[in-house]
Write a new protein. Sequence first.
Length: 93
Amino acid sequence: MDISRIEISDHASERLSARCAEHSLPIENAINRVYLTIINGSLSPNKHRSKKHRTYMRYFSDGLCFYAICEESHPRGEPYLTVVTVIIEEGRP
């Protein structure tokens, strides 16, 4: 995927830190996983889909599944994503 910039909103940061605490995951690791989910993940076929935004998902080998709900914009023609919220679940989708 060709994205010039990815930004995590304040709301998403707060939700991510709360969910990291639930799953005993370091915040730096979780932020890296959010970026990997967007860059290497796939669009979520049906779970946690948003009517207005794209939902990317990726399963990791430690049993956690990340969903990144992103708002897409194209200022000056460059693809730009803002992460609106992040959902972390245990187990395969």
